[in-house]
Design a protein around this ligand. Structure first.
Ligand code: 15L
Length: 283
């Protein structure tokens, strides 16, 4: 008689954060053991079949103590707002590096929480593909661009599979005008993650983390996890013109207020980074 093989757990980082809390509940399954990790303990009851282990992402040894025997790592641990570089460096740059090394050691696939702020300096209203130029709108967005490129490097060099989800605004429901373009419902986020976990040949992919929004700025060329089910337009009657529209910089660019933080150039940058390419469609 053969022994039943033990199921390798899934590691969720950032489990105590706003999205971590949502994901801990939505990803929980009887046949999926989970290790939830964060620098602080979650302020909610752990779902069945899961345990918590604290780790500071910036601390390579603490991350190493999480173990390497994971089926997949859903990496949501990070500083999640625009801040000084010093505040971003530990959790987002070092931390993401440590997590990708952990995944590499255990041959686990990574679902990486990237962000629209990796491309935030594209103009609003321009429809972007997944392979558009990276145009980070601050140190936070830069750290997400770094994570996407790290994923690329580890695929090209080590064959590590990953899905980077460029998350828009993943909140309960849209509250301002920008969200009508950027909203990602919790349900649709979980759908994309499940798609990445279940995909037989994932490779190294980038997916827009956006719901089925009529005003979306992001073209989904590949469907990972099925079609999104939620639609921001349903909230068009209740959203208000918010901080994202309050000044010319925030109102001009997809990243909204993150673009305006620390902005001190004269006027606006040219839309095209590579002028010789003018209007190639790559954004
Ligand atoms: C993000 O990546 C942030 O973590 C979140 O705080 C929101 O600002 C969101 O993007 C957004 O762009 O709405």
């Amino acid at each position: 008689m053969t022994e039943p093989t033990e199921i390798r757990p899934l590691l969720l980082t950032g489990a105590s954060g706003a999205l971590g809390r949502v994901l801990a509940a939505r990803l929980a399954r009887a046949d999926r053991p989970m290790v939830l990790s964060d620098i602080v303990e979650p302020a909610y009851d752990l779902p069945p079949n899961s345990r918590f282990q604290a780790a500071d992402l910036a601390d390579r040894e603490a991350v190493g103590r999480l173990g390497t025997d994971f089926a997949a790592i859903v990496h949501f641990g990070a500083a999640s707002t625009e801040q000084d570089f010093d505040a971003i460096l530990g959790p987002n740059i070092l931390g993401t590096h440590h997590i990708f090394d952990l995944a590499r050691a255990g041959r686990a696939r990574v679902i990486f929480a990237s962000s629209n702020h990796a491309i935030g300096f594209h103009r609003r209203g321009v429809l972007l593909d997944e392979d558009c130029d990276l145009r980070p709108d601050g140190y936070y967005g830069l750290s997400k661009a770094y994570g996407e490129l790290l994923a690329r490097l580890y695929w090209d060099k080590h064959g590590l599979e990953s899905l980077s989800i460029r998350i828009g605004s993943c909140i309960e429901q849209p509250t301002d005008v920008r969200h009508l373009s950027t909203w990602l419902s919790h349900c649709d986020l979980a759908g994309i993650i499940e798609g990445g976990l279940g995909c037989s040949a994932l490779g190294c992919r980038i997916a827009w983390g956006v719901s089925r929004n009529a005003r979306s700025w992001w073209r989904r060329n590949e469907v990972i996890g099925g079609e999104p089910v939620d639609e921001a337009e349903a909230f068009a009657g209740v959203v208000v013109s918010g901080a994202s529209e309050a000044d010319p910089v925030s109102a001009r660019y997809q990243g909204g207020t993150f673009c305006a933080a620390g902005y001190d150039r004269d006027g606006f940058a040219p839309d095209e980074v590579f002028v010789w390419r003018g209007g190639s469609g790559k954004g």
